[in-house]
Design a protein around this ligand. Structure first.
Ligand code: GLA
Length: 403
């Protein structure tokens, strides 16, 4: 639609919209002390409880289907046959049984490994065992695998990530392949179409940049990395059905963000067509956080079938920023973001001339957080946006002027 050429893509038919789910890492890290912290350590009980909540509390219905066990599920040694094994104390039933439990709830089973000699926390990595490990994950009926890049030289990744992806494909089981390859490259693949094309060719999604931490500073720094300015940007053009940029997990429902900052993170991740992985405590989550994460109209922007990554179209160097994303049927989603940290707020004006894909004169706007129609507008839309906050809108129904 934007006339940007696309690269050859990994055609495994998966992740045609950005994957959505829940992941252990940000909230539960590598807590292995189940004696002292029985409800927050990485064990099969935690995973089962989250799967229960996802299936029963409306998350699955809204689209959150992957339950992902990040680092620290495995042992530091392989078994006598050289296979990866789950820590027998914390995962006494084993990974295959846990996968069955997750599948029994209608959810998808996601987990983690590392392309190098060890995972980032020092557990067994895939190095020297690509075929065997891919086979093990297929036997466990894993649906999604995040493959990290610790304990591997970035220069070997261009060889090893495609090789492991090929091993996954050879198992015959469809497994979403999430690569952390560019996050470990000093360039992050920036300014290189060639580098991004190889991610599109070999991976369903990939992490380019730093790990998210539970703070607004972390979200701001990630948002600055993703402050792309046009559709031909090498990272924007790389995103599309089956292949996505991953700015890392959502913090909504955790401790570091205010309610309006939680809204802002969700709005930005939605407009970037980012994977939506929560990492929170679904057994005990604030109603306001739940409402943000379950906002169907914002999820629809993220999951829009056109699969375009939104980018910054106005005020990109300042504190009053406008982000926009083209949607199926000629509609547009926009986020008007006020990054100021003092005072009450400012008016932010989105003009149709800022949108590179269509110029409309009269259009309808709907406020996606308030879930209210705002009315008809001509040429521009001005909204008052509080500091540290955003407004998110969907623009539709262009009315042609009869002259
Ligand atoms: C890296 C990844 C994180 C997480 C940890 C686990 O830092 O980027 O997302 O998976 O490793 O050790």
């Amino acid at each position: 639609m934007l006339g940007v050429p696309t690269a050859v893509a990994l055609e495994n038919g998966l992740a045609l919209t950005p994957p959505m789910g829940w992941m252990t890492w940000q909230r539960y890290r590598c807590n292995m002390d189940c004696d002292s912290d029985p409800s927050t350590c990485i064990n099969e009980q935690l995973i089962k409880e989250m799967a229960d909540r996802m299936a029963e509390d409306g998350w699955l219905e809204a689209g959150y289907r992957y339950v992902s066990i990040d680092d620290c599920w495995m042992t530091k040694e392989r078994d006598a046959q050289g296979r990866q094994v789950a820590d027998p104390k914390r995962f006494p039933s084993g990974m295959a049984a846990l996968g069955d439990y997750i599948h029994g709830k209608g959810l998808k089973f996601a987990t983690y490994g590392d392309i190098g000699a060890k995972t980032c926390q020092g557990f067994t990595g895939f190095q020297g065992h690509f075929e065997q490990d891919a086979q093990t994950f297929a036997e466990w009926k894993v649906d999604y695998l995040k493959v990290d890049g610790c304990f591997e030289s970035p220069k070997d990744m261009a060889r090893d990530y495609p090789a492991f992806g090929a091993a996954l494909n050879q198992t015959g089981r469809p497994i979403v392949y999430s690569c952390s390859w560019p996050a470990y490259m000093p360039s992050h693949c920036e300014k290189s179409d060639h580098c991004m094309d190889s991610l599109v060719e070999h991976c369903n999604l990939w992490r380019n940049f730093d790990d998210v931490q539970d703070s607004w500073d972390s979200v701001k720094s990630i948002a600055n990395f993703w402050r792309r300015r046009n559709a031909s940007d090498e990272m924007v053009r790389a995103a599309g059905p089956g292949h996505w940029n991953d700015p890392d997990m959502l913090l909504v429902g955790d401790f570091g963000l205010s309610p309006s900052q939680e809204q802002t993170q969700f709005a930005l991740w939605a407009i970037w067509a980012a994977p939506l992985f929560m990492s929170n405590n679904l057994r005990d989550i604030k109603q306001s956080s739940k409402e943000i994460l379950l906002n169907r109209e914002i999820i629809a922007v993220n999951q829009d079938l056109l699969g375009h990554q939104g980018f910054c179209v106005g005020g990109c160097d300042g504190d009053l920023r406008i982000w926009a994303k083209p949607l199926v049927g000629g509609e547009t989603a926009a986020v008007l973001q006020n990054l100021q940290e003092g005072g009450d707020g400012e008016n932010i004006t989105l003009t149709m001339a800022m949108l590179p894909w269509k110029s409309r004169r009269i259009f309808k706007a709907r406020d996606l957080f308030a879930q209210q129609d705002l009315g008809l507008f001509r040429e521009e839309l001005t909204l008052y946006v509080h500091v540290n906050s955003c407004r998110m809108v969907r623009l539709s129904d262009v009315i042609e002027m009869m002259v």
